[in-house]
Design a protein around this ligand. Structure first.
Ligand code: AHR
Length: 602
């Protein structure tokens, strides 16, 4: 293959092209990124979650002992249930057993009243790995204790025992090793795996989670802030319980810790497919007379993120521990909605209110999923009317679709809204899928003047608790298993540019099926001065590129990374070496390979 790079012909592209889309699906929040190790710590699982309030709690009572869930005088009205243990113990196995590390410390906390009690971390064999005592009195009090663990295990449980009668609520256990040492923080290994992708933005909390599966299931950000015991938990659209322990404050903090832009997505005043709570088929939106309040909620979120400490919501943020504004720039309204009249009326009300009160905020609209029979064109019509700066597009397709549609954005009208490709994935976690995605992303980079952001979806999935496959990063209680697709995302994330450099690719074989399986994308990064060449070879044969880039000294340093392997397997991993420009530019591309060359020019 002959590749000519024309460094003199460059266009500006988005400098935040790749990021992540975090949705609470597949136990991504509770039991996932959220550091809490106890499941149903607040006894608020409900029949609505298809669970009882004692779910995940086992009782082992002494003779005559008792364990019950009651509601009288709770620690907070939003958290009505708590447990009373009488002469016995209750235990919690977390999410499939609690994973603990030898010599690590864990922060245990509990609200309690009654008689003295003991907390232990134990194994099924009866072995105790750590223990501590607490002595409550007649009124609710919070206890904070440190448990140091003697053994590495992944199947422990937490047990609270009393000889008398003790009431407990908000029974919590966090590892002290937590991402950026934040209070109420995020699981270290998972957060670091996300951070290693160098995401430029984080979209949250969904997807479908944002608009829910009925009016009462719309995600309300105000229910997710403030003291943990005052947050309002809810079943999510994926049919499990969200404690809201990972709420809007924690999302904003995570974005800041990652150095990524926050992209919160709020429902457009309608639930998923304008559905009703009972699934009657009738179209539903928030009643028009309640829309002013809903619009105000959206505006209040911007104040919560950016307002001074003298504003109502800025003060709430300060009280949560962040007096400085989070500097929110983006807000998403709507997610893959059915574009009905009910939707359009509410969507326009919200968007116009934000545009009017906060013209500096970039509103990202929705045009729904892209496939036949959807409202994609209708979504674009409204985007034109509202002059939206960006719209959110989604598609999940076969690897073949991604290979055949590399030019998807070439003909997009540059005068219209820009695109945030908020969700995409090819159907699978084999290396062939990852390669198809890498190929497609060369086209996205080429169109980085119209595509401002792109995020693979979904991001996280706890093994044995997945509602959606494929995902980018699988995990268990003690292991993180990034997929091969993850490494493609990581290589793009770690090697962005802010200019797209024109290049031409000539292959000796002119067959279209061959040509579309080899792709190149060249970007330059102003800050480092680096030139980055990405090459994809999805052919079963090696390709020898002859790359002409004559203005660089042949001895300049190149960080050369290859991700290659059997397309049917999931085992390919990036391998990096340092080469001279002369060697790197003529190096053979193995069959089925994604190569990133990062060339130092300064
Ligand atoms: O990513 C999973 C789901 O796919 C999202 O919740 C939704 O937006 C899309 O349909």
């Amino acid at each position: 293959a002959e590749i000519a790079i024309h460094t003199e012909k460059a266009k500006k592209i988005s400098n935040m092209l790749t990021g992540v889309f975090f949705e609470d699906i597949n136990y991504a929040a509770d039991g996932g990124l959220y550091g809490e190790l106890i499941q149903n710590r607040d006894f608020e699982y409900s029949l609505h979650d298809k669970k009882g309030s004692d779910e995940k709690w086992n009782a082992s009572m002494a003779w005559n002992g008792d364990f019950k869930i009651v509601k009288e005088n709770p620690i907070h009205v939003n958290n009505p249930n708590y447990a009373i243990i009488s002469k016995g113990s209750i235990s919690n196995f977390g999410f499939d057993g609690i994973a603990l590390k030898a010599n690590d410390k864990y922060n245990f906390s509990v609200f309690a009243k009654g008689t003295k009690a003991v907390v232990r971390l134990k194994l099924a064999s009866g072995e105790t790995l750590a223990e501590a005592k607490f002595t409550p009195s007649t009124s609710w009090k919070k206890f904070d204790l440190i448990l140091k663990v003697s053994k590495t295990v992944n199947d422990a449980h937490l047990e609270i025992s009393t000889d008398g009668e003790t009431a407990v609520d908000m029974v919590s256990l966090f590892p002290q090793k937590i991402f950026k040492n934040r209070k109420n923080g995020l699981r270290l290994d998972l957060a670091e795996t996300i951070a290693d992708m160098h995401p430029k933005f984080v979209r949250f909390p969904g997807g479908c989670v944002a608009h829910g599966d009925g009016l009462h299931n719309i995600y309300r950000w105000k229910n997710t802030i403030g003291p943990l015991e005052s947050r309002i938990p809810m079943r999510n659209i994926w049919n499990y319980h969200q404690s809201m322990g990972l709420g809007y404050f924690e999302y904003f903090q995570f974005c800041e810790d990652l150095g990524a832009e926050a992209v919160p997505v709020l429902a457009a005043g309608v639930p998923c497919q304008n559905s009703s709570d009972g699934g009657s088929g009738q179209q539903f939106g928030i009643p028009i007379e309640e829309m002013d309040d809903y619009v105000q909620d959206v505006l209040d979120l911007i104040e919560y993120a950016n307002g001074s400490v003298n504003t109502v919501w800025g003060k709430e943020r300060a009280e949560a521990g962040h007096p400085k504004p989070f500097n929110l720039k983006y807000i998403g309204i709507g997610n893959e909605d059915l574009i009905s009249d009910v939707f359009e009326e509410r969507y326009k009300m919200i968007v116009k209110a934000v545009q009017q009160k906060y013209p500096e905020i970039i509103v990202i609209g929705t045009v729904g999923p892209f496939f036949e029979g959807t409202d994609y064109n209708e979504g674009w019509r409204i985007a034109d009317e509202l002059k939206l700066p960006i719209v959110d597009e989604h598609y999940y397709q076969s690897p073949g679709w991604f290979i055949n549609n590399q030019n998807f954005y070439d003909s997009y009208d540059r005068a219209k809204s820009k695109v945030y490709l908020g969700e995409y994935a090819s159907w699978g976690n084999k290396f062939y899928n990852a390669l198809a995605e890498a190929l497609y992303l060369t086209g996205v980079e080429r169109n980085g003047d119209v595509v401002t952001m792109a995020s693979y979806a979904p991001l996280l999935a706890r093994e044995k608790h997945t509602q959606w496959n494929p995902d980018l990063i699988y995990f268990t209680g003690d292991e993180v298993k990034p997929t091969v697709n993850y490494f493609v995302q990581q290589l793009y994330g770690q090697n962005p540019g802010n200019h797209y450099v024109e290049s031409t690719l000539r292959l000796s074989d002119n067959n279209d099926e061959v040509r579309k399986r080899v792709a190149v994308s060249v970007v330059s990064d102003e800050a480092s001065g680096d030139l980055i060449i990405k090459l994809v070879n999805a052919l079963p044969v090696a390709v020898t590129p002859a790359i002409s880039l004559d203005h660089l000294a042949p001895t300049k340093n190149v960080t050369y990374t290859v991700l290659s392997g059997n397309p049917e397997l999931t085992t390919a991993r990036p391998v990096t070496q340092q080469l001279s420009v002369a060697t790197a530019l003529s190096k053979e591309l193995p069959p089925y390979a994604f190569v990133v060359m990062r060339i130092k020019t300064k």
